[in-house]
Design a protein around this ligand. Structure first.
Ligand SMILES: [Zn+2]
Length: 243
């Protein structure tokens, strides 16, 4: 009887040890945390399941994302991004992209943009060009580190995440988001909503609002972006090819 009792205790102890080991092994997985399943609370215009490649729920973090998440100096930024409902995007492999004016975008983004730009020029006489397209997660990681150097306060984190994307969550990682400008103007002048509403971009923006959808493009952050999305402002220069 005593021997059976000892065996029973041993089995229980072994099961507890195995349970603890399993807990840590499963916890170590680098899949997205549950917070990213919150479908109501996300940044950007991607609606879950609407596009089979976006957003990247359940994808593995890449090495630069893991480096940032595991960096104790920046853990607070990651936690805040989760809390704010940032969603991770797929980063498109370079092989699936082409360049246009030296800027990388996906093949259909390029061909449809070219058609759209031609139609816009015929209709208005204005020539639009892409000034920014694909951006790597690693680049966004460097932007974060240069804008938010240690030590930073909680309000610094909020200010940063309110205007800029957390690395891995920018629609530019998909190769389908573009920042546009009139060919004749500098990129900086186009990163201003006034340029498109009252300035040189006015005619092009009006035409795009009416016609971009025919070429598969949508404005990611429209005029009411602020009320719709966390951390989003009206960006009339930022369009996404959605096919
Ligand atoms: Zn953009």
């Amino acid at each position: 009887m005593k021997k059976a009792y000892k065996i029973l205790i041993s089995v229980i102890v072994i099961m507890i040890i195995v349970g603890i080991i399993m807990f840590f092994v499963l916890k170590k997985t680098d899949n997205l945390p549950k917070a990213f399943d919150n479908k109501k609370n996300y940044r950007g215009s991607q609606k879950p399941n609407e596009y089979k490649y976006l957003p990247a729920e359940g994808r593995k973090f890449n090495s630069s994302e893991l480096a940032l998440i595991n960096d104790p100096d920046y853990k607070r930024v990651y936690d805040k991004a989760l809390e704010m409902g940032y969603r991770f995007m797929y980063e498109v492999p370079n092989a699936n992209m082409e360049t246009i004016n030296g800027i990388m975008v996906t093949k259909p983004t390029k061909s449809n943009f070219q058609q759209m730009a031609n139609a816009l020029e015929i209709a208005t006489g204005d020539r639009i060009v892409i000034r920014s397209g694909y951006r790597s997660v690693n680049r966004q990681y460097n932007i974060l580190k240069s804008n938010l150097s240690v030590p930073y306060s909680d309000s610094d984190i909020i200010d940063y995440l309110d205007g800029k994307s957390y690395p891995g969550t920018s629609t530019h990682h998909t190769g389908r988001a573009i920042d546009i400008c009139l060919e004749s103007d500098s990129f900086n002048s186009c990163l201003n909503s006034n340029y498109w509403i009252n300035g040189n971009g006015k005619r092009a923006y009006k035409w795009l609002k009416e016609n971009a959808g025919d070429f598969g493009f949508e404005l990611t952050y429209p005029e009411n972006a602020r009320s719709m999305k966390i951390g989003a402002y009206f960006e009339p220069w930022h369009w996404e090819y959605k096919g």
